[in-house]
Design a protein around this ligand. Structure first.
Ligand code: 5GP
Ligand code: ZN
Length: 121
């Protein structure tokens, strides 16, 4: 069974407000905030408020939540200043596990946009 919140988790602390963040969006289900160490002119993270460690824990029961997160990404990218597709656009990244380069073990997608060059990628 997955916990809804992990007291040790950095992003759960951001959800609770114990650690401050520069908020991009919030509703009952999700929080989006600017990455503290951006690799692109626009770089924010979207996280579900419930604690799920990574994509590796995603099952059919999460399909609708994941769908809503993917619908949110392009909307927020445009709101944050991404130029429209196809000249503009954005990149969604979801690092999973050590080999996937994941550092914070609370499910999140990176949304990156803005004119290049970018620090990574
Ligand atoms: P990961 O490597 O797990 O996919 O990405 C974690 C991201 O969280 C990194 O890009 C890192 O800069 C960001 N991050 C780590 N700690 C904090 C924090 O305290 N606040 C914010 N806003 N971002 C953080
Ligand atoms: Zn968490």
């Amino acid at each position: 069974m997955s916990q809804h919140s992990d007291p040790q988790c950095l992003f759960c602390k951001i959800v609770s407000g114990a650690i401050p963040s520069k908020k991009v969006f919030e509703d009952e289900e999700f929080l989006a905030f600017h990455d503290i160490n951006p690799w692109a002119p626009i770089h924010f993270l979207i996280i579900p408020k419930i604690h799920l460690p990574s994509m590796a824990q995603i099952g059919h029961e999460h399909a609708q939540m994941m769908g809503r997160m993917m619908v949110l990404a392009p909307k927020l990218a445009l709101e944050q200043g991404a130029s429209p597709y196809p000249k503009g656009g954005f990149r969604i990244v979801c690092n999973t596990g050590s080999d996937g380069g994941q550092e914070v073990h609370h499910l999140h997608v990176h949304v990156l946009a803005g004119p290049r060059p970018w620090l990574k990628g």
